[in-house]
Design a protein around this ligand. Structure first.
Ligand code: MG
Length: 224
């Protein structure tokens, strides 16, 4: 089925690829016991992972440690490849807040065994994304945003995107050279520190402070 991203101004755009960046904030790399890689570490989520504001994250039975990771999501507005960092802003349609929901126990096992993270990062409902703030609000600049995440009203993550090790322009340029860019692509740009467990019954609130927010509910998946 086709899935659509919602802009705050009422426009819609068909969702294309979902990319995500690992270890893009030093303090999060520290809490994971890892370092900032020499080249960006990119993984993908299938479009079936996407849920919009008000959706429910369904926890698979085979994981006992499921984490929230609040992230700035960059939405691509036109096709392209080999885009320079200077030109990257011209390919951005807008910005959203997303949660890179992660099966941490599954991911840790995959890391140990040298296997891909597809299941840990790409399971059904693992990519909640808010409505999109149109890039036209920022006069040709790529702004810094305050990111916030609360679980049941309690603040768990709070940081500014200026703490990213690789900038939005660097990531858009890099992804354009490796994969090419498609209109409707979403790029999860990495999480700051403070990741932690979520469980059945939780309500998660994430925000690009002052611009847009996302509320998701958490429930156990009945099958699978
Ligand atoms: Mg992440």
């Amino acid at each position: 089925m086709k899935r659509y991203l919602n802009f705050l101004d009422g426009r819609k755009c068909e969702l294309s690829n979902i990319y995500a960046v690992a270890s893009n904030y030093k303090k999060h790399a520290d809490e994971m016991g890892t370092t900032i890689p020499d080249e960006p570490t990119i993984f993908l989520k299938p479009t079936s992972a996407y849920i919009s504001d008000g959706g429910t994250i369904l926890l698979p039975k085979f994981s006992n440690e499921i984490h929230h990771e609040v992230e700035l999501v960059v939405v691509i507005g036109k096709d392209g490849n080999n885009v320079s960092e200077e030109d990257a802003v011209n390919y951005i349609a807008g910005y959203a807040v997303g949660i890179d929901v992660t099966l941490r126990d599954t991911q840790t096992k995959a890391k140990k065994e040298g296997k891909p993270w597809g299941i840990a990062k790409g399971f059904y409902t693992s990519a909640p994304i808010s409505s999109i703030v149109p890039a036209t609000e920022f006069n040709g600049n790529i702004p810094d945003f305050d990111l916030l995440l609360k679980v049941n009203g309690e603040i768990r993550q709070s940081a500014n995107t200026r703490m990213m090790e690789r900038s939005v322009a660097q990531l858009v340029s890099f992804i354009s050279k490796v994969f090419s860019l498609n209109e409707g692509d979403c790029i999860f740009t990495g999480t700051p520190e403070g990741v932690g467990k979520i469980q059945d019954g939780d309500t998660i609130f994430a925000e690009l402070v002052g611009f847009v927010s996302l509320t998701c509910f958490v429930a156990n998946k009945l099958e699978g």
